[in-house]
Every structure is written in structure tokens, then in C-alpha cells.
Write a protein that binds this ligand. Structure first.
Ligand SMILES: Nc1ncnc2c1ncn2[C@@H]1O[C@H](COP(=O)(O)OP(=O)(O)OP(=O)(O)O)[C@@H](O)[C@H]1O
Ligand SMILES: [Mg+2]
Length: 304
């Protein structure tokens, strides 16, 4: 590879150490290149802008996630509590009051985000489901809104209930209160993915799960993602989770959040529990922890 060639996600260091992508060479794109899937240009979000209680949650965020034909990228967004991770994700989703940005541009496929759309699916931490709907009717909800006919709707919903590892015969008629946290999160994932969004936005979806269930859900997500070929933005506090799932990690500073660094890591190629106890994986996590500490100290010094 020469200096003028772009790095690809396949070109990872063999020692498992994070590879810094921030200084990757910028290659002028031909006019026929598709626009990035998601691009932030100088995005700042100030809540209650212009008022006494104005609060800037994220400041001058810039990044672009390129369109990779037939495969999406898995982007992990990592940062301390309150640094603006949910703000960033909800700006991509076009959800208020995060949308619209106070300054800058949020672009999806080269177009300014105007609000929510079927191209973007969101999965939240708190297993959002309709309490008064069965598992099947929860998963079918989006298709119903789209006007997909009864038979097809039920078939696709049942297929997705199975895909997320639930038992179609036993679980389809249950209500959310009859499910464990892990099962409810599977329903939430099926609800979103049954619609085949091109961009999947996940806000700490496994944050409330016990470690074993979390490993299982990480494995599930890797399998689903390969099948869907979607671009995933996955917000997490956990360095381990970001390193395992992500191909690219955006490290956010503490509030107001800004991107401290972009890091490329090898994609998952083994089950979560197995890979996460390997020495090279633990070294990578440790390296990123040190990077975060160093960058935080530098950022504090710069900001005074
Ligand atoms: N609607 C709002 N109005 C005013 N301030 C808000 C609003 N939503 C978030 N904030 C503030 O903006 C900052 C960033 O919030 P955000 O929810 O994006 O952080 P986060 O990184 O997702 O945190 P966590 O990891 O705890 O979920 C926080 O200080 C929060 O209090
Ligand atoms: Mg959050």
C-alpha cells in the first residue's frame, strides 16, 4: 500500500493494536462516488440555545462514514457519561429536541436530515416495546405502519422473531412483561431490523444486561449485521464492547463532546466471550484506555 491509497477496514495491524485512522490520507473522490452514508460537518448542539440555561452538549463534530458497496461499516461511539453520545445518535435519527443541530450540517446520503425516516432504525437501551402488544404485534408494528399486508407482515415478523433467537411458537404471543430484559431487547432489535434500515442506530442497547447475556447479544448482533449489510452506529460506555463490535471507534471527550480520535480495530471474528479474553484483545482495550486518559488530560489542558 502506498501513502496515496486509502486505508480499508481489512488492513488492520496484526498485533491487534489500534490503528489510528485520523491521519489517513485524504483521497479526492471521483464525481461518480456515492456520498458518505453519514457525514457531520462542524456540528454543534446547544440545548436551550439563546436562553439563560443554554447548554452545549457536543461541539464542532466532524466525521464521514463512507458508503461501502454491499457491506456496511460498524462504528462504535465511545465516551464518558454525559459527553453527548445520545445527542449525536439522535441527530442522525432526526429526533427532537436533538434535531436540528444548532450549527453545522448532519447529512445522510449527502442530504440534510430533516427528521426521522425508514432508512434509519433506532434501538434504545430501555427495550422500547408497546406493553399492550404481543411480541408478534410489536415486531409487526413498523410493517403495519408501512401498510404491508397481513400475511406478509406476519410471515416477516415471525421470521425476525426467530432470527433474534426467540422461540416463535413459545414467545410470539407473550407480552413484554412476560419477558426477561435480554428477551425484550431481542424484541426491540427485531422491531427495528424487520424494516431493513440502511442505518442502524443503537444507544447502549446492552447496557442493562448481565455479562453473559451481553456476550450472547453481541454475538447475535454481529451475525445479524453481516446479514443486513447495514451501517451501524453503536453507542457504548464499554471499551471492551466497542473494541469487540466496532471496526472503527469514535472516542468522544467529556462534555461538550468532540471527537478526540478515530481508531480502527479488527472486526470480530470469534464469539464474544472467546475473543474478549485473548491477550491481544485485552492489550488493545488497555491501549485505548490509556489513549483516553492521555487525550482527556490534553483536552483539559487546552480548554483550561
Ligand atoms: N433535552 C435536553 N435538554 C437539555 N440538556 C440536555 C438534553 N438532553 C441532553 N442534555 C444534556 O446534554 C449532555 C449530553 O447528553 P447525552 O444524553 O447526549 O449524553 P450521553 O453521552 O448519551 O450520556 P449517557 O452515557 O449518560 O447516556 C448532558 O449533559 C445532558 O444533561
Ligand atoms: Mg446516552
Amino acid at each position: 500500500m502506498t501513502d496515496t491509497e486509502p486505508k480499508t477496514a481489512d488492513e488492520h495491524r496484526e498485533d491487534g493494536a489500534p490503528q489510528e485512522a485520523a491521519d489517513a490520507p485524504v483521497v479526492p473522490s471521483a464525481t461518480t462516488d456515492p456520498p458518505p452514508v453519514v457525514e457531520f460537518k462542524g456540528v454543534t448542539k446547544t440545548y436551550s440555545a439563546g436562553k439563560k440555561n443554554a447548554f452545549t452538549a457536543i461541539r464542532d463534530i466532524n466525521f464521514r462514514v463512507e458508503d461501502r458497496p454491499d457491506t456496511g461499516e460498524f462504528v462504535a461511539v465511545l465516551g464518558p457519561s454525559g459527553c453527548g453520545k445520545s445527542t449525536l445518535l439522535r441527530l442522525i435519527a432526526g429526533l427532537k429536541p436533538q434535531h436540528p443541530a444548532t450549527e453545522g450540517e448532519v447529512l445522510v446520503d449527502g442530504e440534510q436530515v430533516e427528521g426521522p425516516g425508514p432508512d434509519r432504525g433506532m434501538v434504545f437501551q430501555d427495550y422500547t416495546s408497546f406493553d399492550n402488544r404481543t411480541v408478534l404485534d410489536n415486531v409487526a408494528f413498523g410493517l403495519e405502519c408501512r401498510g404491508t399486508g397481513g400475511e406478509e407482515r406476519e410471515a416477516r415478523s415471525r421470521e425476525w422473531i426467530g432470527r433474534v433467537g426467540l422461540d416463535v411458537d413459545k414467545d410470539a404471543d407473550k407480552y413484554p412483561y412476560q419477558l426477561s430484559g435480554g428477551m425484550r431487547q431481542r424484541v426491540a432489535i427485531a422491531r427495528s431490523l424487520v424494516l431493513h434500515p440502511r442505518i442502524i442506530l443503537m444507544d447502549e442497547p446492552f447496557g442493562a444486561l448481565d455479562p453473559m447475556t451481553r456476550f450472547r447479544m453481541q454475538d447475535l448482533l454481529v451475525g445479524l449485521w453481516r446479514h443486513l449489510e447495514a451501517t451501524v452506529f453503536f453507542v457504548t460506555h464499554s471499551i471492551e464492547e466497542a473494541v469487540y463490535l466496532g471496526e472503527r471507534i469514535y472516542l468522544l471527550s467529556s462534555s461538550p463532546g468532540t471527537i478526540l480520535q478515530e481508531i480502527e480495530v479488527p472486526p470480530p471474528d470469534r464469539p464474544a466471550q472467546e475473543m474478549q479474553r485473548e491477550a491481544s484483545f485485552v492489550d488493545t482495550v488497555f491501549g485505548i484506555r490509556e489513549t483516553i486518559e492521555r487525550l482527556e488530560i490534553e483536552a483539559e489542558a487546552t480548554n483550561g
